[in-house]
Design a protein around this ligand. Sequence first.
Ligand SMILES: NC(=O)C1=CN([C@@H]2O[C@H](COP(=O)(O)OP(=O)(O)OC[C@H]3O[C@@H](n4cnc5c(N)ncnc54)[C@H](O)[C@@H]3O)[C@@H](O)[C@H]2O)[C@@H](O)CC1
Ligand SMILES: Nc1ncnc2c1ncn2[C@@H]1O[C@H](COP(=O)(O)OP(=O)(O)OP(=O)(O)O)[C@@H](O)[C@H]1O
Ligand SMILES: [Mg+2]
Length: 372
Amino acid sequence: MSGSIASSGCLEYCMWASSAVVRRQLFLIRSLGGSCCRTHSHRMRGIQGANAVASETDAESIIRRVTPALDPIRYKGQAGKIAVIGGCREYTGAPYFAAISALKLGADLSHVFCTKDAATVIKSYSPELIVHPVLEESYSVRDDERDSVSAKVLAEVGKWMERFDCIVVGPGLGRDPFLMGCVSDIMRHARQLSIPIVIDGDGLFLVTNNLDLVCGNPLAVLTPNINEYKRLVEKALDCEVNDEDSTNQLQLLARRIDGVTILRKGKSDFISDGETVKSVSTFGSPRRCGGQGDILSGSVAVFISWARRHLLSTKEATGKSLSNPMVLGCIAGSALLRRAAALAFQNKKRATLTTDIIEYLGKSLEDICPAE
Ligand SMILES: NC(=O)C1=CN([C@@H]2O[C@H](COP(=O)(O)OP(=O)(O)OC[C@H]3O[C@@H](n4cnc5c(N)ncnc54)[C@H](O)[C@@H]3O)[C@@H](O)[C@H]2O)[C@@H](O)CC1
Ligand SMILES: Nc1ncnc2c1ncn2[C@@H]1O[C@H](COP(=O)(O)OP(=O)(O)OP(=O)(O)O)[C@@H](O)[C@H]1O
Ligand SMILES: [Mg+2]
């Protein structure tokens, strides 16, 4: 399946740069070329439309637009319930960073679903997080109990799922094959329930090898870093990253994965849902300490929840990119992280760490959108 996605993706990319006659011939060849998860209309757009220019957006006005007022009539949960699926023996920082960032931004509840080894450690970082030690890695599961254990894992996570406004899959998840299987089931379940899903870190490793998990899901956001983006392009478009033509390639990648939103992290962050490409280039921090992507994934999850609620209440959703809550969430999350990173760096310089940046999330939001 993903093989056919990849080969037709590469064809599309070549077509963009070639003459009309060649474009037509390649289109005919590709039309005969078997299945992928895209519809005909998407294919047509893919051929004709890959001529994108990234536009810088007024991220602060988006943040102001979607951030809910602190209204006394609201009750717990209305400002967002987020879950992070991640945390294993090796990584306990990443899920913590993502989950605590969601709370520091203003979400009401933040859950972490992780392995047993990781749970006590993550709980000890913060009593604010609700930590579920439900994931299992291969080493702790006998061959004859794999099916029953994976059904149990899905049931444990599934009973909470409907409560969440957005889930983040991948920070510190690890790449254990049994765990990856369970997380695939969790992702399918979230999709059935139409719950938005932000995929980062090892979640991207999983998705890159199983594009069908997200293909055609407009509620999925992928947040690749430089390595993760390279693997995604190689797999889905069957070619190398082209930095000369990065905007078109990103748009094509989003179309190839059929409706997902991609936030490509780097010196500037670029965001595409296949319709348009937006950029966030405000200066952040020159420190590249690990964990900043985890802050981003937790922040994007909160802003997606807020943007969906805002668009629903104002009936602004029109399908255009700046009314796509996934795109709005990415722009807002990226801009806010960068602002917090800049403030932390002003203060801590070379000693700036991820925990310092998290401490500035609240001030960064307050500067843009005061609580009172
Ligand atoms: N404090 C923490 O607990 C942190 C944990 N993190 C977690 O660390 C995990 C890895 O994230 P990274 O951003 O380092 O991932 P990357 O894919 O950027 O890099 C991981 C390492 O694997 C190597 N690698 C590249 N391609 C590979 C492949 N195909 N197979 C295996 N290894 C490959 C890279 O060279 C690099 O050394 C994720 O779960 C992430 O969430 C990070 O978020 C940083 C902070
Ligand atoms: N060269 C850069 N200059 C400025 N900001 C950057 C640069 N690279 C990344 N960033 C910012 O840092 C954030 C995290 O990106 P990064 O590439 O470090 O993610 P990551 O590798 O997934 O992080 P993590 O260590 O959490 O896994 C991005 O949102 C981006 O805004
Ligand atoms: Mg990362």
